[in-house]
Design a protein around this ligand. Structure first.
Ligand code: AMP
Ligand code: GLY
Length: 424
């Protein structure tokens, strides 16, 4: 079949590499893609937010199946528009994508379905939010209701910090319309994990787990980012815990979505806090994680394209999902200044040398080419260096030896990715 993958990050590079290997794939396209993706797919110049442009491009290129990487096009209704055009798609409808694009919707659904999550309240008026904050114990968590690129969450240690976060979202509008409504919830203590389940609307199946590193600096210090590195699987989620999470969180969610007339098709990515009292849902994402995908897919033994297509056809129960007995770890290289402001255009060298290291793959996350054809930085998160090995520790050593081959003075990375798993 002719396949189109939407997006331009490290996640989409990993998806493209996996789909390109599939015997079911006759021709692979990516929109808009990046210079790394160009070596496995034909890149089409349409941005991921241009819903009508993407549908038109898919029609023109006779695409049979579309896989959507990021959340924004899903929240804009790309899956609905493709289906109307008669094109199969992996990814939820606009209404089902509200599990990610509206924290209020997600929290209310959890409440009704009895899914364990932090106690919360949803606010549309700043005065009510302020009054609530004054009555609460600290720390407390303030969240913009809508999409905010992973930056809409404040963990406030003091009442003043909490009031400032409420003001910034609701009065200062630093998240635009996404922060007009907010959710205020209790702080959960524990270790975080990313849990992925595939869903075809009626059946949910466990895919795999990973752990991300959200803070920008070593030792989990500094502001949160989109993710500075990851490994897979997450050692703390064993088979018994997997079954518990499927039973207590994923399956009831799928059922509740079906009952609401919003059947969920795609990957349900649960951000979990593993608390002393058990797993608690922090958030849902309705897409693959980035950088989690970069460490999950190199472990997959079964054919990814076959699995995702079966999902889109309501036939998830007919496929095998098997894994190789390896671990994977990735290190994100970012532009100096990220997650704050950063410069674009610096030249990156040594990518070929890095990829010569055994079982290493250099995934492009935010790169472009300059007029001379050199690879340059074009975003906050720029590269994702992924390695597989029999243990996380060996994967970490491989990934960092590849990082050390890269000549990019304007970039940085964390040097401790994997520390939790290795210390266990
Ligand atoms: P979210 O965008 O909802 O995933 O939140 C971003 C990050 O904030 C999460 O990955 C957690 O590290 C943290 N966080 C969010 N909600 C809570 C909570 N209720 N308790 C503790 N940490 C949280
Ligand atoms: N790694 C975090 C995310 O994809 O949302």
């Amino acid at each position: 079949m002719r396949v189109l993958i939407i997006g331009s990050g490290g996640r989409e590079h990993a998806l493209c590499k996996a789909v390109a290997k599939s015997p079911l794939c006759d021709k692979l396209f990516c929109a808009p893609g990046n210079p790394g993706i160009e070596s496995v797919a034909e890149c089409l110049r349409v941005t991921a937010e241009n819903v009508s442009g993407l549908v038109e491009t898919a029609r023109k290129n006779k695409i049979d199946f579309v896989i959507v990487g990021p959340e924004v096009p899903l929240a804009l209704g790309l899956a609905d528009a493709l289906q109307e055009a008669g094109i199969a798609v992996f990814g939820p409808s606009r209404l089902a994508a509200e599990l990610e694009s509206s924290k209020g919707f997600m929290k209310d659904l959890c409440d009704r379905a009895g899914i364990p999550t932090a106690t919360y309240k949803h606010f549309a008026a700043v005065e009510a939010a302020r009054t609530y904050v004054l009555e609460q114990q600290m720390p407390i968590v303030i969240k913009a209701d809508g999409l905010a690129g992973g930056k809409g969450v404040t963990i406030a240690k003091t009442t003043n910090e909490a009031l400032a976060a409420v003001n910034a979202a609701m009065v200062g509008q630093i998240f635009g319309a996404s922060g007009a409504h907010i959710v205020i919830e209790d702080f959960l203590e524990g270790e975080e994990a990313s849990f992925f389940a595939l869903c075809d609307g009626k059946t949910a199946r466990f895919f795999t787990t990973a752990q991300d590193h959200k803070a920008v600096f070593d030792g989990d210090k500094g502001p949160n980012t989109g993710g500075m590195g990851a490994y897979s699987p997450a050692p703390m989620i064993d088979e018994a815990m997997t079954n518990r999470i499927m039973h207590e969180i994923i399956t009831p969610t799928l059922k509740a979505m079906q009952d609401l007339g919003r059947p969920f098709v795609g990957v349900l990515y649960a951000g979990l806090m593993m608390t002393k009292a058990g797993p608690r849902l922090i958030e849902y994402n309705v897409r693959f994680g980035d950088p989690e995908t970069e460490v999950m897919l190199p472990r997959l033994k079964s054919d990814l394209l076959g699995i995702l297509f079966a999902c889109s056809q309501g036939k998830l129960d007919e496929v095998q999902i098997e894994w190789n007995d390896v671990k994977a770890l990735c290190v994100v290289m970012a532009s100096d200044g990220y997650p704050g402001s950063y410069l674009k255009g610096s030249v990156i060298r040594g990518l070929d040398r890095a990829e010569e290291i055994q079982d290493v793959s250099v995934l492009h996350a935010g790169t472009t080419r300059n007029a001379a054809g050199e690879i340059t930085a074009n975003g906050g998160r720029v590269l994702c260096i992924t390695a597989t090995a029999p243990t996380i520790k060996e994967a970490q050593a491989r990934a960092y030896s590849a990082v050390d081959q890269i000549d990019w003075p304007e970039g940085f990375c964390r040097r401790d990715i994997g520390w939790r798993a290795i210390n266990r």
